[in-house]
Write a new protein. Sequence first.
Length: 269
Amino acid sequence: MMELQAIGVQHPAVRQVQHIQNNTAPNRYKLFVAEGLWAHNMLLEAGAPIDTFFWCPEAIYADEAHRRAEEIAARADRSFRISLRTLEKISERDKPDGLLSLAALPRWGVDDLRFGRTALVLVADGLEIPGNLGTLIRSLDACGADCLVLTNRKTRLTHPKVIRASQGTILTVPTVEFEQTADAVGWLRRHRFTVLLADTDEAVNYRRADYSGRTALVVGSERYGIGKEWYGHGFQRVAVPMLGSGDSLNVSVSASVLLYEARARKSDW
């Protein structure tokens, strides 16, 4: 059995987990909480930096989890042993399985990305609901999109609901952010993207849009839609037809429809 320093609920490392979960302190290194065997397998596969590992052997029953604990402890900058009581204080799971870490999200720079001639990216403007953002990232991974672009961000990428909804794909989908929408527009133009705005007003059916070349799909918040800064550039508006009594789809659903339509056209499905 590993020999690690035992700490309790008052230790600064444990308090840090609580601050990150509750967003009650600055998080300059973009740390997030990873829990359970599956999440730690994702960390190891993605090569994600692990800042702090918390090990509770009393909660571990699977042999694989014991083996993974040793691998994670070797990778982490620091590792601690905690009691079941302490684990239950910081875990957001009903039945924690003894593995919990603070890990860092990858950092991508806008100048680091390279695009092929049929590249596909999604711009998420002003998204407010963490679960929707995580689902978007999962959809980007599923359809083989090149990256996620964030503008006017309203929710933190390290939110537990973003991490869970992404099913770990937040570790592998390149994500870049622009403080100013104008900078994002200029960047997309420099990289020769055709920009399509998801908007039901004065829009064409999404099946009639041109997805050849490089495509950037822009979606907005469910409450306010796409920010006004995206208009006035001559970008085409596209819409998914609504055939029932509702006037719109959930943003993660509509984005997935558009992403797969673009992927189908680019891949000649």
